[in-house]
Structures are given as C-alpha cells and as structure tokens.
Write a protein that binds this ligand. Structure first.
Ligand SMILES: Cc1cc2nc3c(=O)[nH]c(=O)nc-3n(C[C@H](O)[C@H](O)[C@H](O)COP(=O)(O)O)c2cc1C
Length: 357
C-alpha cells in the first residue's frame, strides 16, 4: 500500500499521494446553483487526499438534472466556488470541479427554466427522479439540433473557464453514469443521423469535442475525463460495440494529452487492461465497493496511477491518515447522501476525534 502515499505528477501538478476523492453529488447547493455554505468546510476537511474531484456541477441551466446541485456558469456560482477552492488550497489540497451535464436525466421541476430536458434523441430514460413534489417519472427529452450540440460544447468550454476563475485546479468532464456524454455514446439513447450519431466515431464525437474544447480553453494539463464502460444504468445500453467504442474513444482522448482519465469500473477486466494500455497519461481507477484489503492493489500492480474512493472519503474526512494508521473506517450513512444540513456531511469525525470521545 505504501506506493499510494508516494507523489504523482498529474497534469501541471505534483500530488502528494495517489488517493482521489471520487465525485459525489450531495445536493446541498442553493436553488440558484450557488454551492451551499457548508461546502467549503466539507471539502477542506477532506483535503489530505491527493486530489478532490467535486460533486457533479452543471455547466448551464439545461445541464441541471437534480434538485439543488451546484452550477459553474454565473458570477454567484464562481464566488461560491472560490470559497471552496480557497479553503482546500489553504489545507494544501488540490481540487478539480466535475462538469456534469445531466442531459435526459433531468426533470423540468428541478431546473431554473423548467424546460424539457435535452438529449441526443427524444428517448426517455424510463425511470423516475426525486423532485420538490416527490418522485416523478422523467419525461422524454427534446433532441438537440446539430447546432445546439455545438452550443453545448461551447457551454462546457465556458464552464471550464469559469471553474478556473473560481480557483479550481482543473475540471473533470463527466462522461459516465448515463448522463449527457454517456447518452451520446449509447446507440439506444442516441439514434441521431447527423455526425453525432450512428457509427462509433460519430457517437464518440461529442465526448472528444468537449474534451478538446476544454483542453484548448484551460490547458490539457488541467482537463480530465471520467468514463464508465459497460454501465447499464437508467436505460443505457452500449450494445455489443461498447468495448470497441471505448477502445476508440480512449485512444482518441489520449492524443489530447489530458491530465488524467478516470474509469469507474463496471467489471470488464480485459477491456480495463486494454484501456490501461491505450492511455498513456495518468490513469485513475475507481472500483465501486472495493474492500479495504484491496486498497492500493491497482497502483501496486501498475494498472493505475491513482485510485479513487467515494463513500469511504465521504464518511472519513481523514481517509488518508486512517489508511496510514490502519485505523477503522466509519460507514457512510446513505440517508444523508442527498440534501439536508451538516448531519452526514460535515459532522463525520476524524479517527482522533472518535478515539478521544
Ligand atoms: C452520494 C453519491 C453521489 C455520487 N455522485 C456522483 C457524481 O456526481 N458524479 C460521478 O461521476 N459519480 C458520482 N457518484 C459515484 C462515485 O463517484 C463512485 O464512483 C461510487 O460511489 C463508487 O465508488 P465507492 O465504492 O468508492 O463509493 C456518486 C456516489 C455517491 C455514493
């Protein structure tokens, strides 16, 4: 496990260790998308990981899916995020803001303009979503025109610029978990007949254009992307071509020289090995639910340069210190994942606090 605690170069930064806080939506922002008052404390408490990746953050009104998620496109958003990035930097940490466009995973009751969600095609995900009125079915989205797809790329670019203005060290593009970019990749969510649909190259085009635009805007060495090959969440089916699509996409993204690739692994080990070979830049791996005794195994084997952890970091602000000391971990409380106040957010104790209580 000791290799986890060795420095690693990621883009233009040298991180003190190879542990990454995985992006986690906490739904505690204000209704206008400004991060909530406790967010600076929450992230600063966790600044001892090598890199914090923030909760998914919408690049535009259309990009919002859930209630009270933060945005990074207005002056108020930038001012709110500045408090967070400053607090993390004061603790010596590094922070990338995750840019998440929900696409069709959106309910009109949750967005500022209350409009229909947008997506590659007008196909509903076939699932429900929590809104201020409780759970509701997600209506079918509106298909973006070709021109609007290009505008959406421009929105990502603008949001990345604003993230840097807010003091972020970089951005991670959310290309995983059934949201907009992933919807473009999947043939059952993307039935377009223009250059953004059909062949593998066409379905991968949006992801590549977003990454290239952001890299041009803020520097490839501050731009990262997250993918979840094989993920079948919320109606997404990548079909039999799925693995080939990812081999193509990763090889193309690699040419951009991004800061890192973040894979949320779904179990296809041969594909993961291929991706590891195709990707020459730093590689971050998240294996959901990884047991504690396996922590460090992918850095040790050389498959990954960094390992990302979600729930363990959520519930253990001193995750790195606990690993070093072989101290027990607190279990995350699922009831306080989304929405609410300090409870289950900033009140998870450090091991030292637990021991002296
Ligand atoms: C409360 C919660 C919110 C999440 N929100 C996001 C998100 O905004 N963006 C994202 O890419 N993944 C999100 N995830 C997935 C995590 O980044 C991670 O992949 C997942 O929790 C599995 O890793 P773990 O077992 O270490 O927690 C979320 C997970 C949790 C538990």
């Amino acid at each position: 496990m000791s290799q986890l605690f060795s420095p690693v170069r990621v883009g233009r930064y040298t991180l003190p260790n190879r542990l990454v806080m995985a992006p986690m939506t906490r739904s505690r922002a204000l209704l206008d998308g400004t991060p909530g008052d406790l967010a600076a404390e929450y992230y600063a408490q966790r600044a001892s990981v090598g890199l914090i990746v923030t909760e998914g953050t919408q690049p535009s009104d259309d990009g919002q899916g859930y209630l009270t998620t933060p945005g990074i496109y207005t002056d108020a958003h930038v001012a709110g995020w500045k408090k967070i990035t400053s607090a993390v930097h004061e603790k010596g940490g590094h922070i990338f803001i995750q840019l998440m466009h929900a696409g069709r995973m959106s309910h009109p009751d949750n967005t500022p303009h209350h409009r229909q969600g947008v997506a590659p095609s007008a196909i509903a995900p076939g699932t429900g979503m929590f809104t201020a009125k409780g759970m509701q079915d997600i209506p079918a989205p509106r298909a973006l025109s070709t021109e609007e797809v290009r505008q959406t790329v421009a929105e990502f670019r603008f949001a990345a610029r604003r993230a840097i203005e807010a003091g972020a060290d970089g951005v991670e593009i959310h290309g995983a978990n059934a949201y907009l970019i992933h919807q473009f990749l999947a043939p059952n969510a993307n039935t377009r007949t223009d250059e953004y649909g059909g062949s593998i190259e066409n379905r991968a085009r949006f992801a590549i254009e977003v990454a290239a635009a952001i890299a041009e805007e803020i520097g490839a060495d501050r731009t990262a992307i997250r993918l979840s090959p094989g993920m079948t969440l919320w109606g997404i089916d990548e079909g039999t071509e799925g693995p080939d699509l990812y081999r193509y996409l990763v090889a193309e993204l690699d040419k951009l020289g991004l800061a890192y690739l973040h894979i949320m692994h779904q179990g296809n080990e041969p594909l993961l090995t291929d991706i590891g070979h195709l990707w020459k830049q730093p590689f971050t791996l998240n294996r959901p639910g990884r047991p504690r005794e396996q922590i460090g195994a992918d850095v040790e084997s050389g498959l990954a340069d960094l390992e990302a952890y979600g729930q363990m970091v959520l519930a253990n602000p001193d995750f790195v210190a606990r690993l070093k000391a072989d101290a027990p971990m607190t279990e995350a409380n699922r009831n306080s994942f989304f929405g609410g106040d300090a409870q289950g957010y900033t009140d998870y104790p450090t091991f030292r606090e637990t021991a002296s209580a």
